[in-house]
Design a protein around this ligand. Structure first.
Ligand code: 5GP
Length: 348
């Protein structure tokens, strides 16, 4: 047994210190980024935000809506082959990642869809990116799809980030335990504070010309700003994008003044009992659920929430004097705060 005594931080443990700047207006900043991916040489431009590949948020409608802002959606794994082929053949297909796990069935389905439609972006996704099987699958998918941009995860440490970049990932997905409907930290005791994970993994990936996607734990636009400040190239959101018209969740209605109005929508972790009942015939005897089901308030079109997120990021950039999103990590100084300060002043 060994104890690491360095302090590791979460979003709630820091605030971004304002800096002197010559910027006068939020309109003067550019929240888009351009990347050239390491393994493929392909270029991408847009607002580097990705809707999570969860049943509720990783939808075709979400891909269309976020695509209008140059943002991406990782589609959930449960669309039938024909529907995916049709979507990836359409003009909206360039705004989506095809998500897959590492079973033989996942790889066969990918090959079948790829025979029918071009897929530029792949998201290879497992809860625990530390297994040899995962690394081998990333290598295999890279060999079989030399022209695809591959995002792979999840991991939380620099060593494994480097291993994944070297195995063929252009983007490494970072986060074990921070998700809003994730119970991994409680059920298993395993995890890593997300802000520190992003800082350490971004450093490791960037040294090899790889990129990172910060996945999970953002609950307010300020957390998205902090993730970019920590060095995230992309930020993935589940809970913040749940509850919208573009989601595929069960809506709860209430009668108000004789009218039936939507008030809430279901949202659940992909390792929750709800998801396992839906797809795997229940929770297998040898494992415990590592996710939960919640209700989020119904929030209308995702356009409104995207406006708040993009507005928050723009405003952060004016506070620290960054004209380009790319400059944000260089201009970011985090100050540590007590959880109480942040609850009262930072996140209210
Ligand atoms: P959020 O933005 O809601 O905080 O986090 C979204 C992320 O939570 C997802 O992209 C995924 O990595 C993670 N996640 C989704 N469902 C589950 C689950 O059931 N268990 C765990 N451990 N993580 C989950």
């Amino acid at each position: 047994m060994r104890i690491e005594t360095d302090v590791k931080l979460d979003f709630k443990d820091v605030l971004i210190r304002p800096k002197r700047s010559t910027l006068n207006s939020r309109n003067a900043v550019n929240i888009n980024r351009g990347f050239r991916f390491f393994h493929t040489g392909a270029e991408w431009k847009g607002f580097p935000l990705i809707a999570a590949n969860m049943d509720v948020t990783g939808t075709l409608a979400m891909a269309k809506a976020l695509g209008r802002h140059g943002a991406m959606t990782a589609l959930h794994k449960h669309y039938p082959e024909a529907k995916l082929a049709e979507f990836f053949a359409s003009e909206d297909g360039v705004h989506a990642f095809y998500s897959l796990g590492i079973t033989a069935g996942d790889l066969e389905k990918l090959a079948a869809v790829r025979r029918r439609a071009p897929i530029k972006y792949l998201c290879l996704d497992v809860a625990n990116g530390y297994s040899e099987k995962f690394l081998d699958t990333v290598k295999r998918v890279r060999e079989q799809n030399p022209d695809a941009v591959i995002m792979a995860g999840n991991v939380v440490t620099g060593d494994m980030t480097e291993a994944l970049v070297l195995a063929g990932a252009d983007i490494v997905k970072i986060g074990i335990g921070p998700g809003s409907v994730c119970t991994t930290r409680r059920v298993t005791g395993v995890g890593y504070p997300q802000l520190s994970a992003i800082i350490e993994c971004a450093d490791a990936a960037h040294g090899l010309k790889g990129l990172v996607c910060a996945d999970g734990g953002c609950t307010v636009p300020g957390d998205v700003a902090k993730a970019y400040g920590a060095g995230a190239d992309f930020v993935m959101l589940g809970g913040m994008l749940a509850g919208h018209d573009e989601c595929e969740g069960d809506i709860r209605y209430e009668e108000r003044d004789g009218e039936r109005v939507p008030v809430a929508m279901g949202f659940y972790g992909m390792s929750s009992e709800a998801a396992m009942n839906k797809y795997s015939g229940g929770v297998a005897k040898y494992r415990a659920a590592e996710g939960k089901a919640v209700e989020t308030p119904y929030r209308g079109p995702v356009e409104n929430t995207m406006g708040e997120i993009m507005g928050g990021v723009r405003s952060m950039m004016t506070y620290i004097g960054a004209t380009q999103l790319k400059e944000v990590p260089k201009r970011t100084t985090f100050v540590m705060v007590t959880a109480q300060t942040n609850d009262v002043f930072g996140r209210a």
